[in-house]
Structure formats: structure tokens, C-alpha cells
Design a protein around this ligand. Structure first.
Ligand code: MG
Ligand code: ZN
Length: 349
């Protein structure tokens, strides 16, 4: 009887202790990934997607401050910092005030923080989490801001913005607290506390032209690294779903979505095993005004039509899994994604 009491007491303490940590957050952004991109991707992959395994689904209104149709900078800023701002603007509001991002708030709370993308690491979406610039195209300035930041792990293209600069500085040499790795094996093997993996000198190529390493492998390894000693925040972007949309190329979109879907599966696998990880998958906007216009379910064949070579203004879905995932049901502004993540992070204060 007494023994049972102690066992129960121990279990209770263990449960208390396990709930003490603020949740990990995995925010996954499919750039340009509207419902048509998801639906064509699903049918093309044998009528299945990892997104079917999520607990809650919501819809996000993506308009920016000055346009109904947003760009990735304004929408990235909305999700990263909770403010509606002007198109092209990264991490600042319309009055030029710098905004703190969820990544930075997590860092202040002693989280490990990371960014893994399939575009350049200085591209608009990731930049919104660490930079504050009036124009998303100030790539060298954005790189400089990353070099002065304290992101623990980052993966993406765009090395030239660090070491082939107009000001002749070599930021890679200046970032002395970082280990820079050259390939996936090195990335996997490194036990460095701060790690940068610049995958290409400029823009990484599309997946169907051989981009490496794959986003799902990067996701798996990055989650293992960041979760080693404390809570973490990571933003993982399927950046080029958008580029396929701009090209009105169905095959480009399908191959990018397929890889992103595999990365989502890795995130879910981690979250399931961990038990204290919130996974959110959404988009910054839809690209291409795409419609699924036909196909064959049994043969995994799809046809699509496009109404634009730019973005569209349709709401985009938000999928959530894990602790606090219920916060993400319903219809809300894209800025609310920040608010909801913030309340999850602040929940144990
Ligand atoms: Mg992007
Ligand atoms: Zn775009």
C-alpha cells in the first residue's frame, strides 16, 4: 500500500515536471500554398497528404496593410510579429517601427531557435523572423542583420550575400561563434551550438532540378539538434511552391509540395514522440490563382489552370497539431497566428 503511494507520488511529480517546459513550436510555411496547391498535391500523391493527420484546421486572412493581395514580406511580418504592414516590408510597421518576432521572443525565453528554408536564407519569409528592413530586396543588409543575430541554426541558400558583398566584408569570417558546414553529412555530424548551412551561393534550384539536401532530411536533423537541451522554435519553409505558382508550372508545384509534405511528416513524427510540441502548417498567401480543373483520382493525375502569374487574395488554411493546437481553429487575420503562438509560449509564465 505504502509502496503504491510512493509510486503514484513519483508519477505525479514526473507529470508536473514534464509540464513545466513551454512547448516547442514548429511553424511550417508553404509559400504560395493555397488549397488548390494542397489538393492537387494530395491527389497527385495517391490521394493522401500528411495534413490529414492534424487536429485542427483554421483559415487565415492574408491581406496586407496597403493591398488586398499581400506579398511574402508583409504576410511574413504578420505571422512573425503580429502586425499588418506594407507589401515589401520586413519586420517593421508602417511608421518604420521595428517589430520583435516570435523567434526573438522565444530566444529571450531561452529557447533554441532555428530557420530552415529552400530559398535563400535572406529571402522575405525567413528574413521576417530576424531582420527589420524597409525593402525585402536589401539582401546584403538582411544578411548583415542575420550575422549580428543569435539564431542557433539556419539552413538555406544565398551564401554570396555573406561573402561576396559590395562592402567587401566577409560575414562568414565575422561570425566567429558559428560553425559553417558545407554538406549534409557535416551538418548531421556537427555538435556545434551555433550552426549555419548555406546550401547554395545564390538561389537553390527547384527540387525537380536536383536541389539537395531534401527538406525532410533537413527537418529531421534540425529538430534533433534544436531539441537536445531545451525548448525550441523553428520555422521551416517550403519556399518554392510559390515559385512554381509564379511560373504557372504544375509539375514545379507538385514536386515542391511533395517534398514539403514529407517534411511535415517528419515534424509530426517528432511531435508525436515528444508530446510537448505544437506544429503549425500554413501559407503566407496563394500563388497563381490556381484551380484544380480535372484529373483522375485512381491514376493520381491532376490538371490545373491559373488565373495569374502573381499572388491571389484567397484565405489560406492553417493546420495545427499538439498542445495549444485548438487555438488555431476558426477564421482570423494572419496576425493572429503570431498572437496564438505567443500565448502558447507564454502559457507557463
Ligand atoms: Mg518565401
Ligand atoms: Zn511569390
Amino acid at each position: 500500500m505504502r509502496r503504491l503511494f510512493y509510486i503514484l507520488l513519483l508519477l505525479y511529480i514526473q507529470i508536473l515536471f514534464s509540464q513545466e517546459n513551454s512547448p516547442n513550436i514548429i511553424l511550417m510555411i508553404g509559400d504560395g500554398m493555397g488549397l488548390s496547391q494542397i489538393t492537387t498535391g494530395m491527389y497527385a500523391n495517391g490521394n493522401k497528404t500528411s495534413l490529414e493527420r492534424f487536429d485542427y484546421i483554421g483559415l487565415s486572412k492574408t491581406h496586407s496593410l496597403d493591398y488586398l493581395v499581400t506579398d511574402s514580406a508583409a504576410s511574413g511580418t504578420a505571422m512573425a510579429s503580429g502586425v499588418k504592414t506594407l507589401n515589401r516590408t520586413v519586420g517593421i510597421d508602417e511608421n518604420n517601427n521595428k517589430q520583435k518576432s516570435i523567434l526573438e521572443i522565444c530566444k529571450e525565453k531561452n529557447y533554441n531557435v532555428g530557420l530552415v528554408v529552400t530559398s535563400e536564407i535572406v529571402h522575405a519569409t525567413p528574413a521576417c523572423f530576424y531582420a527589420n528592413v524597409p525593402s525585402r530586396y536589401d539582401y546584403e543588409d538582411i544578411a548583415l542583420q542575420l550575422s549580428e543575430h543569435n539564431v542557433d541554426l539556419f539552413v538555406g541558400g544565398g551564401e554570396k550575400f555573406f561573402n561576396k558583398r559590395k562592402d567587401k566584408r566577409n560575414l562568414l569570417d565575422e561570425m566567429t561563434s558559428y560553425t559553417f558546414v558545407d554538406d549534409f553529412e557535416e551538418f548531421k555530424g556537427s555538435s556545434s551550438k551555433k550552426i549555419g548551412f548555406l546550401t547554395y551561393p545564390g538561389e537553390p534550384p527547384p527540387k525537380n532540378l536536383g536541389r539537395k539536401p531534401s527538406l525532410d532530411m533537413l527537418t529531421e536533423v534540425s529538430l534533433r539538434k534544436l531539441s537536445k537541451d531545451k525548448s525550441f522554435f523553428i520555422m521551416i519553409e517550403g519556399s518554392q511552391i510559390d515559385w512554381g505558382g509564379h511560373d504557372n508550372s504544375l509539375s514545379y508545384i507538385l514536386s515542391e509540395f511533395k517534398e514539403f509534405d514529407l517534411a511535415i511528416a517528419k515534424a509530426l513524427e517528432f511531435a508525436k514522440a515528444d508530446g510537448n510540441t505544437l506544429v503549425i502548417v500554413t501559407a503566407d498567401h496563394e500563388t497563381g490563382g490556381m484551380a484544380l480543373s480535372g484529373g483522375n483520382v485512381k491514376r493520381s493525375r491532376v490538371k490545373a489552370d491559373f488565373t495569374s502569374e502573381s499572388h491571389s487574395g484567397s484565405m489560406v488554411p492553417v493546420f495545427s497539431y499538439g498542445p495549444y493546437s485548438e487555438l488555431f481553429k476558426g477564421i482570423y487575420e494572419n496576425t493572429a497566428i503570431f498572437d496564438k503562438m505567443l500565448s502558447a509560449v507564454m502559457s507557463k509564465d
